[in-house]
Design a protein around this ligand. Structure first.
Ligand SMILES: NC(=O)c1cnc(N)c2cc(Br)sc12
Length: 315
């Protein structure tokens, strides 16, 4: 075997061992940046020597795709990302674009942007049947078993509805601190922030590891209009009635001035919240207007995320 081929074999073996330790044992052996460097080296070698590329190589997983061990879930409706606003001017530009399509009489709903892992849930006749990560937006990882360990997530709704719901799985700050203290005692690498800890916990192949972490969830989008909600505000109320956890800080705003006040308030109380938020999501309230506004290739035209500056380092 040539030296190159042997080196590639060695890289594949190492990366598979790192994958196993990360996803099954929840004990990463190396920093993500080192893993990515090795994966990049193997990818380049496989491009240079395709005759030595193997089907089950770790490089055959594009970023955001399903990792080995999790089933794939194709989202009925793609999980889009939000376009970002960083100033009041950006929000006024957003409002101008919205009003050009739907006219001046538009109201918004403002909600906290939870800093966690975007998650999709499917309920059939009111029973939770499947949950998935966003993945690449079209295909996500089936993390149903892990999501079942989240106590606030109802296994059954109060009504036998067929719905698809989007929300954020997250790790409360107090749990993040407890978890890192525990990991420090056993000399395991610490999680950098609650978002990484939530993602690492949900992408575990061993559900007992996930169950040991007190993950939580907030629902924020009712994808299927199984009820009779015609606005985002009604959808939030409807999901709450069905037993889904809804973040209580949502507010209907009838002007951008009110949105600015909401953002100001969110920034003032941000540090006191038991979970991380990284901004505010502003949505056009009317579903009819949302439909008329539609989507760009990657984001809805009827919603935008106002991003806060980064929080000081997690304790
Ligand atoms: N309330 C919301 O709509 C919301 C909250 N938190 C988030 N991380 C996200 C992400 C998208 Br995409 S929407 C949304």
């Amino acid at each position: 075997m040539t030296d190159i081929r042997r080196h590639m074999e060695d890289l594949r073996k190492k990366l598979k061992e790192y994958d196993y330790h990360y996803h099954v044992l929840d004990q990463p052996l190396i920093e993500d940046v080192l893993y990515d460097r090795l994966l990049h080296e193997l990818t380049q070698l496989e491009e240079q020597y395709p005759e030595y590329r193997l089907e089950d190589s770790p490089t055959q997983r594009v970023g955001g795709e399903v990792i080995e061990g999790f089933g794939k879930v194709v989202h009925q409706t793609p999980m889009m990302s939000l376009s970002n606003a960083f100033s009041e001017g950006d929000l006024l530009d957003f409002e101008t674009r919205v009003k050009q399509v739907v006219g001046d009489n538009v109201s918004y709903v403002c909600e906290f942007k939870i800093d966690g892992l975007a998650t999709s849930l499917e309920y059939e006749q009111g029973v939770f049947i499947r949950g998935a990560t966003r993945g690449d937006g079209v295909t996500g990882e089936d993390i149903t078993l892990n999501l079942r360990t989240i106590e606030v997530l109802p296994q059954r709704l109060t009504e036998p509805k067929n719905i698809v719901v989007r929300g954020e799985s997250y790790l409360p700050r107090a749990e993040f601190i407890r978890l890192n203290k525990e990991r420090a005692l056993t000399s395991e690498p610490l999680f950098a922030n609650p978002r990484n800890a939530a993602a690492g916990s949900l992408r575990q192949l061993d559900t007992t590891v996930t169950a040991a972490r007190r993950l939580a969830f907030f629902a924020y989008t009712l994808v299927t209009t199984a009820g009779n909600a015609s606005t985002q505000l009604e959808a939030l109320e409807q999901m709450k009635m069905w037993g889904l956890p809804i973040n209580p800080h949502y507010q209907r705003c009838t002007s951008m001035a009110e949105v600015f006040e909401y953002i100001q308030h969110a920034q003032e109380i941000r540090e006191t919240l038991p979970y991380d938020i990284d901004g505010v999501v502003i949505k056009v309230d009317s579903f009819d207007m949302q439909q008329r506004l539609g989507f760009t290739a990657k984001s809805p035209r009827f919603a935008i995320a106002y991003k806060f500056t980064a929080q000081q380092a997690e304790s």
